[in-house]
Design a protein around this ligand. Structure first.
Ligand code: GLN
Length: 532
């Protein structure tokens, strides 16, 4: 087993997840190897499922129902793989497992301590998880910034990992920030020097330093950073700002990072196989047809809350040579009249997932406008529920139709809590989660888009379209185009072609499975409809 450990220095938010995914992609593709990530987070939440997206960014949902942070989205999108919940270590998970073992008496007679018990538990995961997957190379990404107390046990565990397996099998990559001081017009290496010292104090000697900076690193700064880190200038790699994250693997390849890592880890069979990626990127960058895609939500202030939606739009656009412009609309307090002006020159509309009542009437106004004005619409989870409410109110004449999540008193609970959710009192990992199969109506737009009689997408919700209203909705022309295998849950809805050029919504989150090299069918359909 080979390990590439990625740590971060100086500041957070410099793109450690994307950098790690880019390295993983290059090793996977250019050495034709099976690569998997393990992401280590220092927080005490078992998973980020209960965190506010404004605080933490998007909660990424896996096939197995795991709720993890958005870095797993980058890994899946870059590597074209399906990741697993067990590949995300959090201090919450590690500590609860240790306490459980202690209570069972597994450490009988001993004092249970951070070292060795916590570090052993982490180490045991580092060894067992890749073995179980039978993978060749494991990329371990340690969250946070070096020096953070909460991540120190992961750092100690990777030190022991290298001690155990040797320097040919475990290497360290440190991503730091190299600021450019405008008053002196010079890249500064001091923060990197200090963060490398912090690493070294913990017994980690980096093999590569990736310098995040506005521009590529100058040769002088590479030499200086190298000298302070016991490294050859060749092992200091530029990670300049990019306008497109899919550039990053190719930028690293230009500096031969993949070849240099391969030499250190004694990997065989290098061949540049990134052509497909490069071609797609070229197509993406040279797309000329501009289209405005509106995302209506309440977390619009932090775009990371909708990371996968944004990427899914980019993927579909690249394949169709469209240059998408994403327009954000905060729907809190948005009236129908305001929606009309805001949506005038919009080419497609997405209402993404959401929770709670704020902004819902505004979203319903947006959906009404999209439906009545033949603007391509894609509803994602909450976007299906609100589209159904709008249809029930306007077309079926059920004026107070609503979701019981928004108004418990409504006399027409078009959207209601799932029966199995009624008695759920704990918040963590209790929603309907993960991959769920749907049977698709023959000849429906949905089945045509998936080119199949069924589809499987990932879910994260507690409410559903109330089965008591299926018939009313269908009688009034709404097509329930995908149902759960038992026929109860509405997974897809759509409008007939003669009524609307593209109006489709799903109870799932199809954005989570969209890949750069393989866009999701519903997003592809939405973007394609803007060309009609
Ligand atoms: N709040 C809705 C529910 O729980 C929708 C959830 C979502 O959009 N992910 O069913």
């Amino acid at each position: 087993m080979k390990y590439i450990v990625v740590t971060g220095g100086v500041v957070s938010g410099i793109g450690k997840g994307v950098a790690s995914a880019s390295i993983a992609k290059l090793i996977q593709t250019n050495y034709d190897l099976k690569v998997m990530p393990i992401k280590c987070d220092g927080y005490l939440n078992v998973d980020p499922g209960t965190m506010n997206p404004i605080e933490h960014g998007e909660v990424f949902v896996m096939d197995d129902g795991g709720e993890v942070d958005m870095d797993f989205g980058h890994y899946e999108r870059f590597l074209n793989i399906t990741t697993k919940f067990s590949w995300n270590l959090t201090m919450g998970k590690i500590l609860s497992s240790i306490i459980e073992k202690e209570r069972k008496g597994l450490f009988l007679g001993k004092t249970t301590q951070f070292i060795p018990h916590v570090t052993n538990e982490i180490l045991e995961n580092f060894i067992r998880l890749p073995e179980k997957e039978n993978c060749d190379v494991c990329v371990i990404e340690i969250g946070g910034t070096i020096g953070d107390l909460e991540n120190a046990f992961y750092v100690e565990a990777v030190r022991q990992l290298q001690m155990k397996f040797g320097k040919d099998n475990v290497i360290f990559v440190h991503l730091t920030y190299v600021p450019m001081l405008s008053n002196v017009g010079e890249q500064k290496s001091k923060p990197t020097q200090q963060s490398v010292h912090l690493l070294m104090e913990q017994g980690i000697f980096p093999d590569f330093i990736l310098g995040r900076a506005k521009d590529p690193l100058s040769s002088a700064i590479k030499e200086k950073i190298g000298m302070y880190s016991n490294l050859d200038e060749d092992n200091i790699i530029s990670a300049p700002d990019v306008s497109n994250i899919y550039d990053i693997p190719l930028n690293f390849a230009k500096e031969k990072l993949d070849k240099k890592i391969g030499t250190k880890l004694k990997l065989l069979g290098y061949k540049n196989r990134m052509n497909l990626w490069a071609d797609l990127l070229h197509k993406m960058k040279n797309s000329k047809t501009k289209k405005k895609i509106l995302i209506a939500g309440k977390y619009t202030a932090l775009h990371d809350s909708y990371a996968s939606v944004i990427e899914a739009i980019k993927h579909a656009s690249a394949h169709l040579s469209i240059k998408p412009e994403i327009v954000w609309l905060d729907t809190s307090y948005l009236t129908y009249e305001q929606a009309k002006t805001k949506l005038k020159d919009i080419d497609a509309i997405i209402v993404p997932g959401g929770f709670g009542s704020r902004g819902t009437e505004g979203k319903i106004n947006v959906i009404k406008y999209a439906r009545e004005n033949n603007i391509p619409y894609l509803g994602l989870c909450f976007g299906l529920q609100l589209a159904t409410i709008e249809y029930a109110r306007t077309v079926c004449g059920l004026k107070d139709a609503n979701s019981t999540e928004i108004n418990t008193e409504t006399t027409n609970p078009i959207i209601d809590i799932l029966p199995e959710q009624k008695d759920v009192d704990k918040k963590g990992h209790t929603m309907r989660l993960g991959s769920q199969l749907a049977n698709l109506k023959p000849n429906s737009l949905t089945s045509k888009l998936y080119n199949s009689h069924n589809a499987s997408e990932r879910h994260r919700h507690r409410y559903e379209v109330n089965p008591d209203y299926h018939k009313i909705l269908e009688d009034k022309g709404l097509i329930l185009s995908g149902l759960s295998p038992n026929g109860r849950l509405v997974e897809y809805i759509e409008l007939p072609k003669e009524k609307h050029k593209y109006f489709i919504a799903t109870q799932a989150h199809p954005e989570l499975k969209s890949k750069f090299e393989e866009p999701n069918p519903l997003f592809f359909g939405l973007l394609k409809a803007t060309l009609e």
